[in-house]
Design a protein around this ligand. Structure first.
Ligand SMILES: C[S@@+](CC[C@H](N)C(=O)[O-])C[C@H]1O[C@@H](n2cnc3c(N)ncnc32)[C@H](O)[C@@H]1O
Length: 243
């Protein structure tokens, strides 16, 4: 079972979001546990002040190192006591860009701990000492790290064996084999004058597989040509792409 902890000033945002749909089913099914700890509970001054002004006259406020360190120690996520296969992940727009390969890597862990930033983020010394990864979900800036952590957890948990009804649907997803997904259709057979492609109603599984591969290649070439450089392509794929 994967254990996921969030260090967050807003536990209710995180745990509330995870109590629906697939994430709820995954935790009720015993595939994952979710917990949240609030660094504010580890501030021992009278105002429980978790932030302070940055050195150097920078604008905004930073989350102080000590309350977060105490929270991480309380859940045994410090370098000295954390168990093996634990990833302590700082959500950070300056971090490595999250992608499906990283989701697969995190799905192998036994424990994930997400640090959700606020204001201008964390004191650098905290993340340097405690975090194994610093991860961004894209080249834009959000107000908080709760949403990035939830995005990553969703991508990871759906990869855990048994969480999705069918493993085949994982294999057909975009990015599972480095390409975008082929387009999909459902009933009715003709919708507002547009029919479903004939091949999908042919019952010929080999032809359908080939058609889907071709469509995936063409969609990737059109929409995300950068992905093709890393995808595993055979001679037939290269023929499709050069046609
Ligand atoms: C306003 S941002 C801080 C931005 C920071 N001053 C900078 O320029 O890199 C507040 C928090 O939101 C989260 N955050 C914002 N954008 C993010 C992104 N693209 N990926 C991951 N986390 C992000 C981080 O936890 C960050 O500490």
């Amino acid at each position: 079972m994967l254990r996921v902890d969030f260090v967050t000033l807003f536990p209710e945002i995180v745990l509330g979001s995870l109590s629906h749909s697939m994430m709820r089913r995954a935790s009720e099914g015993g595939f994952v546990t979710f917990d949240a700890i609030n660094p504010r509970d580890f501030c021992y001054d009278s105002h429980q002040k978790v932030d302070d002004v940055p050195y150097g006259g920078q604008p905004g406020m930073l989350i102080k190192a000590e309350p977060v360190a105490l929270a991480l120690e309380a859940i045994e996520s410090n370098p000295e006591s954390r168990e093996e296969r634990t990833a302590v992940i700082s959500t950070d727009p300056t971090g490595r860009r999250f992608d499906q390969a990283m989701a697969r890597e995190f799905a192998q862990a036994s424990r994930l701990v997400f640090l959700c930033g606020h204001y201008e983020g964390f004191d650098e010394r905290l993340t340097r000492r405690f975090c194994t990864h610093s991860v961004s979900i894209g080249d834009f800036v959000l107000t908080n790290g709760e949403l990035p952590a939830l995005v990553m957890v969703d991508a990871v948990v759906r990869l855990l064996p048994g969480v999705l009804g069918s493993q085949a649907s994982l294999a057909a997803d975009s990015h599972s084999d480095g390409l975008l997904s082929a387009p999909n259709y459902t009933r009715p057979e003709v919708w507002r004058g547009e029919p479903v492609p004939d091949v999908l109603r042919s019952g010929n599984h080999e032809e359908i597989r080939r058609w889907r591969r071709q469509q995936a290649l063409l969609a990737t070439k059109l929409l995300r040509p950068d992905l093709l450089a890393k995808a595993k392509l055979d001679k037939r794929d290269l023929d499709v792409l050069s046609s």
